[in-house]
Write a protein that binds this ligand. Structure first.
Ligand code: NIG
Ligand code: FE
Length: 404
């Protein structure tokens, strides 16, 4: 049976591409049918007979597309608060990584945790995101670093989707760090673990995209390129942790492979932005990592704007560089640290984040044919979503057309 609802008495920020001022419609109505947006417009001109529909007043609230966190490492064991203490005493993130800590310490804790323990630790963080109005979460592997442990992380990620009304998008990130067993043999690690593991995980339907960490403490662009070629032969899209701590020209490599996104980008040089822009790759900025690692090198926001690069914002939720499970906090940080406007920050966690996950038109915009994945807020204006810090003004989420 068709399930149809007319949501009325609301202000809607559609976030539709090309529309000014958040795509704001005052005194709006939204018609959803079977979980898809059927119509959106001013409430005075609803095209169907209102008596034939289930009508629900949103009592003057603001409606936006449900939010999207397009870059997380949500599944991990343990935490790294000891490294937080070390960094406050002056030891750098790179020094900790090079002395066996960093990503590899989370690898140990993740391997040691049971499947159920990983699910319950990850669920807590997922629930934080959901309470901020999030409906789509990207989750990376990258703390297993053996074929079985990487696959297990993605199985945990898929399990989360069964337990909560969210969409989980999975990413193969075995090229995250060279594990101790392969120390000094990064190429062998790529050949024996990263690529064959990817083939197996893809065959098991566990992979939506492929990522890598292109950095002096991780992999060279040549090594990443081999992973991208393997992804290409499996028909999987790629993305990259690029230019987080130094300029390795990773963003240009990502662009050459028509990556969905290049992420971090603090060290992307303004002069490389033009070449980067031509690929249509989304720039994902991660202000939580910038904040936590007390970085000072800012991503080239003005050049990205100038070349019309779509900018997304994500939490980068992980135990090392960004122990943050609030997308609204990430939006606030993007404004205060990177001088994004609140409108850019909201586009960055809706329309542009959807593009970064290959989900344009389905999520992240309130437009005809998109999924009826909505967030209803106790605020008057969408700029408040980037303004309040430390609490969530979410009233409720609507998922597949019904309250979630
Ligand atoms: O996006 N840069 C690489 N990966 C993560 C950090 C992972 C970690 O420190 O555990 C990031 O910042
Ligand atoms: Fe990351």
């Amino acid at each position: 049976m068709t399930q149809q609802t007319l949501f009325t008495d609301c202000t809607v920020a559609t976030l539709k591409s090309g529309q000014p001022n958040y795509g704001l419609i005052e005194d709006a109505a939204i018609l959803q049918r079977d979980g898809l947006i059927e119509w959106i417009g001013p409430s005075g001109v609803v095209p169907l007979k209102r008596s034939e529909m289930d009508e629900q007043s949103l009592q003057g609230r603001l409606v936006t597309p449900a939010l999207i966190d397009c870059h997380t490492h949500l599944v991990f064991g343990g935490n790294r608060s000891k490294e937080f203490e070390q960094r406050l005493k002056g030891v750098s993130y790179e020094e900790i990584a090079s002395s066996g800590g960093g990503i590899n310490s989370t690898v140990e804790a993740t391997r040691a945790a049971s499947f159920d323990a990983l699910v319950s630790a990850s669920l807590r963080r997922l629930d934080d995101l959901i309470s901020d109005g999030v409906a789509v979460v990207e989750v990376k592997s990258g703390y297993g670093l053996t074929i079985d442990d990487e696959i297990r992380m993605l199985q945990v990620a898929r399990k989360l989707e069964e337990l909560r009304p969210v969409k989980i998008v999975t990413t193969w990130l075995a090229a995250h760090a060279v594990p101790p067993a392969f120390k000094g043999r990064a190429d062998t690690y790529i050949d024996h673990i990263v690529i064959p593991g990817l083939v197996r995980a893809a065959n098991e339907g566990l992979v939506d995209a492929v990522d890598g960490f292109c950095e002096t403490i991780a992999f060279t662009s040549g090594q990443i390129e081999r992973v991208f070629q393997a992804a290409g032969s499996l028909g999987l899209p790629v993305k990259l942790h690029a230019e987080q701590l130094s300029d390795q020209k990773g963003a240009l490599l990502a662009a050459r492979y028509s990556a969905l996104s290049a992420d971090h980008l603090a060290y992307l040089s303004a002069t490389d932005v033009e070449a980067f822009a031509s690929a249509g790759t989304v720039a994902v900025l991660l202000p939580g990592a910038f904040y936590t690692l007390k970085e000072t090198k800012l991503p080239p926001v003005a050049a990205l704007r100038h070349h019309n690069v779509d900018i997304a914002i994500a939490t980068d939720c992980n135990p090392g560089s960004s122990p943050i499970s609030s997308i609204l906090t990430a939006m606030n940080m993007a404004c205060t640290e990177f001088a994004l406007t609140p409108e850019e920050a909201l586009a960055g966690t809706t329309r542009c984040a959807a593009k970064a996950l290959g989900l344009s038109g389905q999520y992240g915009e309130i437009t005809i044919g998109a999924r009826a994945e909505l967030a209803v807020w106790d605020v008057e204006h969408p700029s408040e979503l980037s303004y309040w810090l430390g609490g969530s003004p979410l009233h409720k989420r609507i998922s597949h057309g019904i309250a979630a």
